[in-house]
Design a protein around this ligand. Structure first.
Ligand SMILES: *Cc1c(COP(=O)(O)O)cnc(C)c1O
Length: 215
């Protein structure tokens, strides 16, 4: 496999945030290679894969993110193994984390900013009430907002969707005196745009590798 880690890092040399490699496309051995090329934040989508890969890579100093949908019934298995959760989006999940997690977990609220995916993420209007609902949960350390823009070539639409999170950050600051400064936005298709909207955690998958294309 050819990785583009050096190229991406060079391209992003003015960006001060973290690059989280989205690892659903990668085996543990491929992740080991990526790690040795300079990326140590990894984000998984599935609990079983996360636990298996963490065990295989336990000799490395990896920061582990969970970026996929986390089912309440799987919280117990994985929650104390994580450094960050990007997909907090409903109350019963927050309740279960509060119950099972032993120390504060850095969490992003996932917000639905695109029109296409209505299944995951809080609706914009529900974010402030949700924050108020979980404010006494001391095992949830709310650090920011996460969103996924529509997969499209329409840059204007992507800008507008990321802007919703910038506006929401301001509103949260004004109404709740809460600084949610971290922003988990930007994937392979739109990370250039996400950086302009103050991304602090880019979640990059396919752009990190170049598959040999059979001609
Ligand atoms: C797969 C995935 C990514 C990365 O996707 P690419 O388009 O391959 O960069 C980012 N975030 C989440 C939640 C993902 O599932």
């Amino acid at each position: 496999m050819n990785y583009l880690i050096k190229e991406i890092k060079k391209e992003l040399s003015d960006y001060n945030g973290e690059i989280v490699a989205a690892t659903k496309y990668f085996t543990a051995e491929e992740m080991r290679e990526i790690y040795h090329q300079g990326i140590s934040h990894f984000g998984e989508n599935r609990v079983s894969d996360f636990l298996a890969k963490k065990e295989l890579l336990k000799d490395l100093k990896i920061t582990w993110h969970f970026i996929g949908t986390l089912q309440r019934k799987k919280v117990k298995k994985c929650i104390n193994e994580l450094d960050y959760l990007h997909s907090l989006d409903h109350y019963s999940l927050a309740e279960e984390i509060q119950k099972r997690r032993e120390t504060p977990l850095k969490c992003f609220l996932q917000v639905n900013i695109s029109k296409e995916d209505t299944k995951h993420g809080l609706a914009l209007k529900d974010v402030i009430p949700f924050i108020e609902q979980i404010k006494d949960f001391d095992h949830i350390d709310l650090i920011g907002l996460m969103g996924m823009a529509e997969h499209t070539d329409d840059e204007k639409a992507i800008h507008a969707q990321f802007q919703k999170l910038n506006d929401l950050q301001l509103e949260i600051k004004k109404k709740l005196s809460l600084n949610l400064n971290q922003l988990s936005i930007g994937m392979s298709n739109d990370y250039h745009i996400a950086i302009k909207h103050n991304a602090t955690f880019l979640r990059l998958g396919s752009v990190l590798f170049k598959k040999e294309v059979a001609q």
